[in-house]
Design a protein around this ligand. Structure first.
Ligand SMILES: Nc1ncnc2c1ncn2[C@@H]1O[C@H](COP(=O)(O)OP(=O)(O)O)[C@@H](O)[C@H]1O
Ligand SMILES: O=P(O)(O)OC[C@H]1O[C@](O)(COP(=O)(O)O)[C@@H](O)[C@@H]1O
Ligand SMILES: [Mg+2]
Length: 339
């Protein structure tokens, strides 16, 4: 098993249930590969006996560590090297737990002959083919709790409060936490809401004696801009480090309305700590499902949530573009914005 890409609550619950199911149901020996694909390249592994996963379902992060090492482009990567390493380590199958980047790599490796199955993870909930990914429910809960707190201090000072949440390409966390917290405006990457409209909503809320709460996803692109704000620059991989849109929106609202406004960036707090019960259940079921896929040697497949069922789909089915917030879901939320 390996975990790759951004961490999220529930990874340890997947690891635990896969180990328990593998040992109890199939008499498998379970092995952890450290730090994503890099562990497979560097043969950095550890045995995972039952004792190693005791009490793990309620913990945050991943005991295996994670990285954004590229399985093909990294030095020593590629299917031939990895197959040789697997043989030398006496590993028969790999369960890759990751988001769209990791699963794209796993899918390609499976096509190149590696015995791999996938488990979808991301707090962003942007993967196709599965109703939900674990980590999302926890992130929404954390963001909602934070917004409940922002609202009481906002009300006391008669201020507008802006909360920036994660969501690189999609606005699921913003939509769900914003709706749960009763936000007066939600700004998501999928919809180019003009700031004049945001200012109007804020003014209307203020005029009826309430303190406006505006939720903005980090990937929101304001009118007149081509890309999301990435004030921290670009990472070595070329991927922009998003963030800063909350501050920008705050300044715009203050300028356009004159209402005192404060911004809070929730950041990695949304990804840390214990998973919610819902995420623990999803993770536990995904981990067991992945071990079943290994037992059936269904390489190139991944587990997915379909209603209340855990199903198996080709990894390629999860990678056909991102799962965006439909316009109908945004329009539905919008009914409650502003006045
Ligand atoms: N198309 C791809 N093929 C192979 N590896 C990829 C591909 N896209 C991304 N990756 C690798 O997977 C890593 C994890 O992807 P990333 O998007 O950061 O996290 P996640 O798996 O959570 O989506 C990336 O840093 C990159 O090295
Ligand atoms: O700070 P990091 O680790 O680069 O990650 C930031 C990104 O990771 C996420 O939390 C999750 O993205 P992935 O699921 O693709 O890893 C995004 O919402 C955010 O933009
Ligand atoms: Mg990703």
């Amino acid at each position: 098993m390996l975990t790759s890409g951004g961490d999220c609550p529930g990874l340890n619950a997947v690891i635990r249930s896969a180990v328990l199911h593998g040992i109890k149901s199939y008499d498998m020996e379970m092995v952890g590969i450290r730090n994503g694909w890099s562990g497979l390249i560097e043969k950095d592994v550890e045995d995972l006996p039952r004792s190693r996963v005791r009490g793990l379902a309620r913990t945050g992060g991943t005991i295996l560590g994670t990285s954004r090492t590229h399985p093909y482009d990294a030095e020593g990567g590629g299917p031939e090297n990895m197959l040789r390493n697997l043989r030398e380590l006496d590993i028969d199958a790999v369960i890759a737990i990751g988001g769209e980047g990791t699963l794209a790599g796993a899918n390609r490796l499976a096509a190149d002959g590696l015995p791999i199955v996938g488990v979808p993870k991301t707090i962003d909930n942007d993967l196709q083919g599965t109703d939900y990914t674990f980590g999302f429910d926890t992130a929404v809960q954390i963001a909602t709790d934070a917004m409940d707190r922002l609202r009481t201090t906002g009300e006391s000072h008669h201020r507008c409060m802006v909360a920036e949440v994660m969501g690189r390409h999609v606005g699921w966390i913003a939509l769900h936490s914003g709706m749960a917290a009763g936000a007066h405006a939600i700004l998501i990457p999928e919809v180019r809401t003009p700031m004049s409209q945001v200012a109007e909503w804020v003014q209307q809320v203020h005029d009826r004696g309430r303190s406006p709460l505006v939720v903005v996803a980090e990937g929101f692109i304001p009118e007149g801009h081509d890309d999301p704000l990435a004030e921290a620059g670009v990472e070595a991989s070329g991927r922009p480090r998003l963030g800063g849109i909350g501050e920008w929106v705050t300044r715009e609202i203050e300028e356009m309305t004159g209402i005192e406004t404060r911004s809070t960036i929730l950041g990695h707090i949304q990804r840390g700590g214990a998973p919610t019960a819902t995420d623990r259940v999803l993770s536990t079921r995904f981990g067991m499902g992945a071990v079943d896929l290994v037992a059936q040697r269904r390489w190139g497949q991944m587990v997915a949530a379909n209603g209340t069922e855990i199903i198996s789909i080709p990894m390629s089915a999860a990678l056909k573009g991102l799962k965006k917030v439909p316009v109908s879901r945004y329009d539905e939320a919008k009914i409650l914005f502003g006045r």
